[in-house]
Design a protein around this ligand. Structure first.
Ligand code: DX5
Ligand code: ZN
Length: 219
């Protein structure tokens, strides 16, 4: 699979969401990144299934739903119903991670695990074979527009090694503080999917911003 950008709708204009969705449909982006926050696992509340249901009606690309909620298994059915194609759950928010991942896969949803910046990549050793993707947080989850944490590069390398050995088709996604200054470096380090919120929707020309953040094989 090619490397690509997943624009995060958290930074979109909610008063005219359909315009922003249409822009992403017409762009080089691969997925829509959808951030669901419960105000408990992270200190912020975003939006939930009813909004995602409307996004699904307009989106022509897969919905990558990042659940920043405790005990996320309670809501898998609901998120499937509203059209999630990929669901990522936090390592830090699941008591029985293997059960969560198995249950997502049995529902036909691509399953990923998210690691907070302080969580060691090595903790995935006994589950990596089951995963479709791993999402590395490169900021502390909860808000858009934060500064990229540099130790992410080292985590990508460590994860890449584990993936090559145990599950070569598993994707690496990076979320937080991605911009034009670090995007190509992140692809080169081994990232497959780059989430970008502020650097896309905060830009004067979001379509061009997505193009600039997309993978350039010649760089
Ligand atoms: C943060 C979210 C991110 C956020 C990224 O908790 O998981 O997806 O939207 O925003 P930027 O790209 O602005 O850091
Ligand atoms: Zn996210």
């Amino acid at each position: 699979m090619n490397k690509f950008v997943a624009p995060s709708l958290l930074s979109a204009n909610f008063a005219s969401l359909s315009n922003d969705i249409e822009m992403v449909n017409n762009s080089m982006a691969g997925w829509f990144h959808i951030d669901v926050m419960d105000g408990v696992f992270v200190p912020n509340i975003s939006f939930g299934p009813p909004v995602i249901k409307h996004i699904k009606k307009l989106a022509s690309k897969p919905l990558d739903v990042h659940l920043m909620i405790i005990d996320p298994d309670r809501y898998f059915n609901v998120f499937k119903e509203v059209g999630a194609d990929i669901i990522t759950v936090h390592y830090e928010a699941c008591k029985h991670l293997n059960r969560s991942v198995t249950s997502l896969k049995s529902m036909g949803i691509k399953a990923g695990v998210v690691l907070n910046p302080h969580t060691n990549v090595g903790l995935l050793e006994n589950i990596i074979e089951e995963l479709d993707l791993v999402l590395l947080m490169s900021v502390n989850p909860g808000f858009g527009g934060q500064k990229f944490i540099e130790n992410t590069y080292q985590k990508i390398s460590q994860l890449k090694e584990m993936i090559i050995k145990s599950n070569p088709s598993c994707l690496i996604e990076v979320d937080g503080g991605v911009d034009v200054n670090n995007a190509q470096k992140l692809y080169k380090a081994g990232a497959d999917v780059l989430v970008a919120g502020n650097s896309v929707f905060g830009s004067e020309n979001p379509l061009e911003a997505i193009e600039m953040l997309s993978f350039k094989s010649d760089l």
